[in-house]
Design a protein around this ligand. Structure first.
Ligand SMILES: Nc1nc2c(ncn2[C@@H]2O[C@H](COP(=O)(O)OP(=O)(O)OP(=O)(O)O)[C@@H](O)[C@H]2O)c(=O)[nH]1
Length: 391
């Protein structure tokens, strides 16, 4: 009788345990064959713990196993998603934006930022949900984490707020992690949580950051290579190939938005004489100073192109012929006033400038615009040089 009772009570629970184990095994098998894992969360696979005896202990241990398994699967899926994104993105801005979104999603953080160090300067590359994120670049704790190259965990920081759905709040915990690749600090990840981070969140963050460091290193390198490929090393202006591509973009934008677009084509007068008199190196320095002067006259967003040897084009989005006259004359005067020295000998240079602007100048495309500016420049040279001619 006792044996029969034991069999019906104990046997029933053992049967349930065996059935759940079978279910877990099946889900794991499905996962190894298929990319879409069958759910084996504690809600689906756990069993009820309804006694304090050995059978209850067994059920509890089984549920803990399911819990650990579920976390591990979740982490693996998260890492896979994160890695897929990292390897497909080379643009620093896109990479940091997407990495941050995934970091927030998988660590339960309420807000965060990714900072990068470029030429010794710390910049916020991406931020989400952090009030006044731009102040992070000068935050003492961030600087300290970057200097010491170690994770900083801050409880209830006073200098940081999270922009919640309804109101701003002080996070319970903030993690500041330097991002390092081969002993070089590239930046930092800052994550803020209203609840605090669990050991599992921190482990996941470690795994994510290893991948992020390599991807960020590659993206920064790519960015630098692209800049190098686009710039003329002597003057820092865009080289002709990239510069003309930028002009094409600006022309299309001007047509689309119905805005003016002006260009100034300028050329150093009698530059051959500078080379012949003072040497090629002195000529190089003059070219570089003239380019610097042009940049100081132009606004942010304007584009300076080294079009040929001593010939430049400045592209001024939204500038009409009237604006070009003002900017062009400033440029001409500033070059004329330059104090250029070669040892104790002073050199003097001037520039001739041709200006053309869409739509004031009737042109179809950017090539025709350059052509008109070129003709105006030729006229400026023919008229005696050191002057500006409007197309
Ligand atoms: N130092 C230096 N000289 C360059 C560079 N690129 C082109 N040049 C020189 O620029 C000079 C251009 O001479 P020209 O085309 O005769 O023109 P110019 O003497 O400026 O006379 P105009 O333009 O008619 O006023 C040539 O001597 C080129 O060798 C460069 O990168 N560095």
């Amino acid at each position: 009788m006792n044996i029969a009772l034991a069999r019906s009570v104990v046997g029933e629970r053992l049967r349930l345990l065996a059935e759940r184990m079978g279910l877990v095994a099946k889900r794991l098998q499905d996962m190894s064959q298929d990319d879409t894992p069958g759910r084996c969360t504690p809600e689906h696979c756990a069993i009820q713990v309804d006694s304090d005896d050995e059978i209850g202990d067994g059920a509890r241990a089984f549920n803990q196993l399911i819990q650990a398994l579920s976390l591990s699967i979740e982490t693996e899926t998260a890492v896979r998603t994160f890695t897929e994104m990292l390897v497909s993105e080379l643009d620093v801005h896109q990479l940091t934006e997407q990495a941050l979104a995934l970091l927030l999603q998988h660590t339960g953080a309420d807000g965060g930022a990714i900072l990068i160090e470029v030429d010794g300067e710390i910049r916020v590359a991406a931020s989400q949900g952090i009030g006044s994120a731009h102040t992070l670049a000068n935050n003492d704790r961030v600087r300290s984490a970057l200097r010491t190259e170690r994770r900083h965990r801050v409880q209830l920081p006073e200098d940081l707020v999270v922009d919640g759905m309804l109101a701003q709040f002080r996070p319970k915990e903030v993690i500041i992690d330097p991002v390092r690749h081969k002993e070089v600090v590239l930046g930092a990840v800052v994550l803020a949580s209203g609840q605090g981070f669990s050991a599992e969140d921190r482990n996941r963050l470690d795994v994510f950051e290893r991948g992020l460091a390599l991807a960020l290193h590659n993206a920064l390198l790519y960015d630098r290579l692209q800049t190098l490929a686009a710039l003329d090393p002597l003057t820092g202006a865009y080289n002709r190939r990239f510069g003309m591509a930028r002009l094409r973009e600006e022309f299309r934008r001007a047509v689309r938005l119905n805005l003016p677009l002006g260009i100034l084509m300028f050329d150093i007068d009698y530059f051959k004489r500078i080379n012949d008199t003072y040497g090629h190196l002195a000529g190089d320095r003059v070219l570089s100073r003239v380019a610097k002067t042009a940049r100081s006259v132009l606004r942010e967003g304007d584009v300076l192109i080294r079009y040929g040897g001593e010939e430049f084009i400045a592209v001024l989005p939204a500038a009409s012929l009237h604006d070009l006259e003002y900017v062009g004359e400033r440029l001409r005067h500033q070059v004329d006033d330059l104090m250029l020295m070669d040892g104790d000998q002073s050199m003097h240079v001037t520039v001739s400038i041709g200006a053309a602007a869409y739509p004031d100048t009737d042109v179809e495309d950017e090539t025709a615009l350059v052509d008109r500016a070129d003709k105006a420049l030729y006229a400026a040279k023919s008229d005696g040089r050191n002057r500006l001619v409007i197309s």
